[in-house]
Write a protein that binds this ligand. Structure first.
Ligand SMILES: [Zn+2]
Length: 90
């Protein structure tokens, strides 16, 4: 199986980052379309890191180590949220 580490990290963190963002900005839209736009945008801003894995279980700590840290992923998601909220396509 081929996986892209940043993709796993973004899927892991999207709800957490989106929820804490919407606590600060209560008009933040969390509909399916905006959520997908945010994930796509964040992933376009993160370097791809494809790996082959033989087992289904991948440890998220190992993922963050491989892609330069959790903070980088959170920053990419936050920037994507700001951009999508300015121009929602729902
Ligand atoms: Zn929306």
């Amino acid at each position: 199986m081929i996986v892209n580490y940043p993709e796993l990290a973004v899927k892991e963190l999207i709800d957490e980052v989106l929820n804490s963002y919407s606590l600060k900005y209560s008009d933040t839209c969390k509909c399916e379309r905006c959520r997908n736009d945010i994930m796509a945008l964040a992933l376009n801003n993160l370097p791809a890191k494809y790996v082959v894995t033989d087992h289904g279980r991948i440890y998220t700590k190992a993922i963050y180590d491989q892609i330069g840290g959790k903070a980088q992923v959170i920053a990419a998601i936050t920037a994507a949220i700001q951009k999508v909220q300015k121009n929602p396509r729902h």
